[in-house]
Write a protein of this length. Structure first.
Length: 450
């Protein structure tokens, strides 16, 4: 899947996702502000091959969008006369020699907050959006530099990379970090308040901060930046998709923590199996990629399922599962294979539930289902994959593979395992590539202390 397709899939996810207490872009003026982008800001700042990415906090508020129709916001995705945009355009030009169409610009929080434009968004919602939309955009676009405007945006990204938050703004600006090969910097928000507060420390302090950020690359030999600043890449625009130049393919980066934990040990291929009963007259057979399931009590799907059934606060699993319903199971139930991810709910264990959300989003944006469909398998999408369902349910089924008549409906454990194995053999390389990219085995090992 190319960048355009991956970003479109993420935009569609945004359109079908609701965060409690917030509205969506399409809820105003008969949907005139809606677009097939994660943020309308990308309408102008839409170079998906850019080396520089700017991530603002959020796009607009309910008070603003509920007012009269605003043509610049609908057509350009921003208001050029606002201080936020005037200052950003000036800093990009004077520091890097770039214009908005030559960069990729977006908002970390893609929903509409209540109240005024200057209103705050709770940290937990910023972090959820960073995990679901912010970090995936960084991985897809794969720039060399991400500039986060404001503390809230910077710290939300740090948290999803398993890093502590940093305050005040002076300390954050002095604390850039890496997501794989991508450098992430914090800068004062380019709105009037952010600029005025930062410049109180000294005249033109903001310009000095940006020059220091640029020098960080020009003087670092192990980065791919050209000495003296960023190279302006002719756009491949996110809306038109029109290719102007050829650029090399980029691999998706991992987070800083994942990068530190990465070793030469490859994930074992194949599955480990577990079977049993979870309720009277209900049986299951599961097949799980090695070392991607477990609990505090131990490694493996058996330990994970024990934690699941006992309502323990610390378990995690990624499995293929065949389950017999307690009443009126379909005749071909042994040929219906769920792909599921499980953890405690968000109230019980926020970190593991957030990890579940990240795993689910990564698989949804992967080629796994398309690859299975291309091999002739029938795929039924999961029906309970909203943010609320992921947060408050322990188990989320992403999709179900329904095997055709060429597969046996025999309900013995041996046959069900063979059915699961046949599906995993067909798509196992793609599944394990996603898990490897997430470095899930290593992250679970670190979390559970195996």
């Amino acid at each position: 899947m190319d960048k355009q397709s991956e970003l479109l899939a993420l935009a569609k996810l945004r359109q079908h996702t609701r965060y409690p207490g917030y509205k969506c872009i399409g809820d105003y003026h008969a949907g005139v502000y809606e677009c097939n982008l994660i943020s309308p800001y990308t309408k102008t700042a839409g170079n998906v091959d850019a080396e520089l990415m700017v991530m603002l906090q959020d796009w607009a508020s309910d008070e603003f969008l509920s007012g009269p129709y605003h043509e610049p916001s609908a057509k350009l995705g921003h208001t050029p006369t606002l201080p936020t945009n005037r200052n950003l355009i000036k800093l990009l030009k004077t520091t890097f020699g770039l214009t908005l169409p030559e960069i990729y610009g977006t908002n970390l929080f893609p929903f509409v907050k209540p109240g005024e434009m200057t209103g705050d968004i709770p940290d937990k919602d910023m972090v959820a959006a960073a995990r679901q939309f912010g970090l995936p955009q960084i991985r897809i676009v794969s720039p060399k530099l991400v500039i986060c405007l404001g503390l809230a945006t910077f710290n939300a990204l740090r948290q999803v990379c398993d890093l502590r938050t940093i305050r005040p703004i002076e300390s954050a600006i002095e604390s850039p970090f890496d997501i794989g090969s991508i450098r992430v910097w914090c800068q004062a928000h380019t709105g009037a308040r952010g600029q005025n507060n930062r410049n109180k420390v000294g005249a033109n302090r903001v310009s000095e901060d940006w020059r220091k950020m640029k020098a960080d690359f020009g003087g670092t030999e192990n980065r791919a930046f050209q000495r003296g600043g960023l190279r302006a890449v002719q756009p491949t625009h996110s809306e038109t998709g029109r290719k102007i130049i050829n650029v090399p393919n980029r691999t998706l980066p991992v987070t800083l923590t994942e990068n530190r934990m990465n070793t030469n040990r490859k994930m074992s291929k194949g599955l480990e199996y577990e079977s049993g009963k979870d309720l009277p007259n209900s049986m299951f057979v599961a097949g799980a990629p090695w070392e991607c399931s477990g609990a505090k009590d131990g490694v493996g799907v058996a330990a994970a399922f024990h934690g699941y059934h006992k309502n323990h606060p610390d378990f995690f699993f990624v499995t293929w599962l065949v389950k017999k319903q307690r009443s009126n199971p379909p005749a071909d139930w042994a040929c219906r294979i769920l792909f599921q991810v499980g953890s405690p709910n968000h109230e019980v264990n926020e970190r593991l539930n957030d990890l579940k959300l990240e795993v689910i989003n990564t698989f949804q944006n992967s080629s796994v289902c398309r690859f299975l469909s291309g091999k002739g398998y029938r795929i039924n999408p999961g029906t309970r994959v909203s943010l609320d369902n992921i947060r408050w349910n322990k188990n989320t089924a992403l999709f179900t593979v329904v095997l055709d008549a060429s597969h046996s409906k025999d309900t013995s454990d041996a046959n069900i395992k063979a059915n699961i194995k046949s599906v995993h053999d067909a798509v196992g390389e793609q599944v394990e590539a996603v898990l490897e990219r997430l470095q899930l085995a290593k992250r679970l090992e670190k979390f559970f202390g195996w």
